[in-house]
Design a protein around this ligand. Structure first.
Ligand code: SF4
Length: 335
């Protein structure tokens, strides 16, 4: 497609974790069949001038041959190179001494690590015993290996005091080991697995004052009530524009999704093994999908009147709140 760039993220290896906040959603890890990566990339070659290919969409480098994998991802890309971002596998950092040197060799300068609380809470939220100890060890190894850790914390009603304790730990590490260590707190979106945490979503008034200086985009943070009042007379329909750069998520069953929100059934665009490439590419570019067609049939005012809680002080970014409302609507359609 002239002028269009495609970013393809194919879930080839899955993820070692099952985080309670996972916005993508939990899926089994399935070993790819031989040639699966060539098939997925070449499916789109005739239709896009530029393609960035990634063999992961959950945990980067969650395969033992991550060096060769990185080279293959570059080779499968077309007129483009995949990026590294500030993401890495803490599972691998603590198990493989060659991994941090590899990250440095491909230009990674910072790595983000996610916190949900102290030991018991962190292990429960990540879905693995030992996750807290691993993330602390990963922090130490990154610092010693010359990479800056960035701690992101997901706050809710249950863990707010623990997040304050983690902020104090980060301050100590900055003072003693790594003054560049980065730290921020946010409430996260409300979709995928995270939607189940709606009942314990942090109230804006309950965010500990000590965390306000490190709270991400606090000046734009709203209560659910404020979001409802903004949307109650908005007659426009939900829109999820794709633009000139389209990002697609491909599951290990070859189902294809946009990267807008979770990977649940209403958001499936089609399946690479079942759909003909030309028609399928048209659907992607024109947004001719089940979820996007449903979006055109409703308005924000209808959605907020049906699903919004005008008395709620829960904290939301306005865009996340809109996605939450629309996903509530899709859930009710029960396809
Ligand atoms: S949030 Fe990331 S690390 Fe956690 S389960 Fe989802 S994909 Fe895996």
């Amino acid at each position: 497609m002239k002028g269009k760039k495609l970013i393809l993220a194919f879930d080839m290896y899955g993820c070692p974790n099952r985080c309670l906040h996972c916005w993508i959603g939990h899926m089994p890890n399935v070993k790819p069949e031989d040639g699966a990566d060539d098939f997925v990339a070449s499916y789109f070659y005739p239709y896009f001038e530029q393609i960035e290919f990634y063999s992961w969409l959950r945990e980067p480098d969650f395969c033992p041959d991550y060096r060769q994998r990185w080279e293959k991802d570059k080779a499968l890309s077309k007129n483009a190179e995949p990026e590294r971002f500030e993401l890495a596998s803490f599972y691998r950092i603590v198990r493989d001494d060659g991994y941090i040197p590899f990250l440095r060799s491909v230009g990674v300068k910072k790595v983000q690590l996610s916190f949900f609380g102290l030991k018991e809470t962190q292990d429960r939220y990540v879905g693995r015993n030992g996750a807290y100890d691993e993330i602390m060890l990963a922090t130490e190894k990154l610092i010693n290996g010359g990479i800056i850790p960035r701690w992101q914390c997901f706050i809710n009603e249950e863990n707010r005091e623990e997040i304050t304790a983690i902020y104090k730990m980060a301050a100590r590490i900055r003072e003693n080991n790594c003054k560049e260590l980065e730290f921020f707190v946010h409430e996260g979106s409300c979709e995928g697995e995270n939607e189940k945490l709606y009942p314990i979503r942090i109230e804006k008034d309950h965010i500990p004052p000590a965390l306000l200086p490190v709270y991400l985009n606090y000046d734009k943070l709203k209560t659910e009530r404020e979001c409802c009042l903004i949307l109650e007379n908005d007659r426009t329909s939900p829109e999820f524009p794709t633009g000139d750069e389209i990002t697609l998520y491909v599951s290990n069953k070859y189902d294809v999704y946009y990267n807008f929100t979770n990977m649940k059934k209403p958001w499936i665009i089609g399946n690479l093994k079942e759909d003909k490439p030309e028609r399928f590419t048209d659907k992607i570019i024109n947004g001719d999908t089940y979820a996007l067609n449903k979006a055109r049939e409703c308005s924000w005012s209808e959605l907020v009147r049906k699903y919004g809680d005008f008395s709620s002080g829960k904290a939301f970014d306005e865009g996340d709140y809109k996605t939450y409302l629309f996903n509530r609507y899709l859930n009710d359609l029960q396809i």
